[in-house]
Design a protein. Structure first.
Length: 366
């Protein structure tokens, strides 16, 4: 169990929204445009729609075992040993997500903001505040989300508002010029980042203090995050052009550099940096916390806190092994990660749901 920590449905929705934006808004537009060109916004819409169906699958599975985490009801459904194997697979998956997110932080800072700073220093500094957040627990993380969300939404609103004069609608046509296959392939990027990663929330879903409408809240928060991702992708295409967006690893950061109003409002890319740092912090701390709780449940211990420092060290090392450099990351995010995420984030919970219908819900769930 989650050490009896409880959060409200509103706090859970905030965490889902922040998680969905972390790393996605600054990376995914480039991959979408590389595949679907000016139809990248269609790929985003398709991926968000399928992502909503994936969240519905998670809700269906979690609601059958409302008081248990994913790892707990894996053992109820499949038995102790096979369920334990599934739990280990999910734990490794969450750990890999966390290492990828940490590497995204290092790549962004050393490429755009502080190119002379060793990436190891960036990773170490960011891990310190991640360890602090995980040590304070889920309730504190959720309350922090409530504090930061209004500022994130304000920055997004200001960014979108100031970019309206820069929009060139003629960059959208011809619509559907690219093949349907390319649009579908592009949609896998936004599906795998972040929707197939949201299986992480099945570890903290039981911590919501009410069972009323929490599945609906999960879906709503995922949809809201998707709308922001869609808007940023569309803005990148109509302001920067699909070719420019596809060439740059962090196009939404470049997007803010285009803002020039009255000769004195310009170079406010700090807004994108604020949005990204806040949202990616919450994504990473949620993944790190969930991995700790997962390890606690796999080993059958009362607390996860003794694992904070060892897990952080493992995460630090793993962040340098997931992919060799930022140039390789584009190929990793578009061709390697989607099928892996589909296997763990879709087929695994779908299989568990099917098996759960073939077996009666355990009394342990009551």
């Amino acid at each position: 169990m989650l050490e009896k920590e409880k959060i409200s449905l509103r706090q859970f929705k905030i965490l889902v929204l922040l998680f969905s934006l972390g790393s996605t808004i600054i990376i995914v537009p480039s991959v979408l445009s590389a595949f679907a060109h000016q139809d990248g916004w269609l790929s985003a819409a398709l991926g968000i729609t399928i992502g909503g169906a994936v969240i519905s699958l998670y809700v269906k599975l979690a609601n059958r075992y409302p008081n248990q985490s994913f790892m707990a009801y894996s053992e109820l459904i499949l038995g102790k040993w096979l369920g334990k194997c599934i739990s280990i697979i999910l734990y490794l998956y969450i750990l890999i997500i966390a290492s990828l997110v940490l590497r995204n932080v290092g790549d962004f800072i050393t490429t755009i903001i502080m190119p002379e700073t060793p990436i190891q220093v960036i990773h170490f500094a960011f891990l310190l505040i991640i360890m602090l957040g995980a040590g304070l627990g889920l309730e504190v993380i959720a309350r922090a989300g409530e504090v930061f969300l209004p500022w994130v939404l304000l920055c997004i609103g200001v960014l979108v508002g100031f970019l309206i004069p820069q929009i060139k609608v003629e960059r959208l046509p011809p619509i559907l010029e690219i093949s349907t296959k390319a649009i579908i392939h592009g949609s896998l990027s936004v599906l795998s980042i972040p929707y197939l990663e949201m299986i992480v929330f099945l570890m903290i879903y039981p911590a919501i203090h009410t069972n009323l409408k929490k599945g609906k809240g999960f879906i709503q928060a995922g949809f809201m995050g998707g709308m922001i991702i869609f808007s940023i992708t569309l803005l990148c295409i109509v302001v920067l052009g699909w070719d420019f967006t596809a060439r740059h690893t962090f196009p939404s950061y470049t997007l803010a550099k285009k803002i020039h109003i009255g000769g004195f409002i310009q170079r406010i890319e700090v807004l994108v940096a604020i949005i990204w740092f806040v949202t990616i912090y919450f994504k990473l701390v949620i993944c790190f916390y969930s991995s700790l709780v997962g390890l606690q449940q796999i080993l059958g211990l009362r607390t996860y806190r003794p694992f904070i420092v060892p897990s952080a060290l493992i995460l630090f090392a793993l962040s340098f092994l997931v992919y060799p450099n930022i140039i390789y990351f584009r190929d990793f995010a578009s061709n390697i990660w989607p099928p892996f995420a589909l296997t763990i984030g879709l087929f695994l919970p779908l299989g568990l749901l099917i098996v759960s219908f073939l077996r009666p819900v355990s009394r342990l769930n009551k």
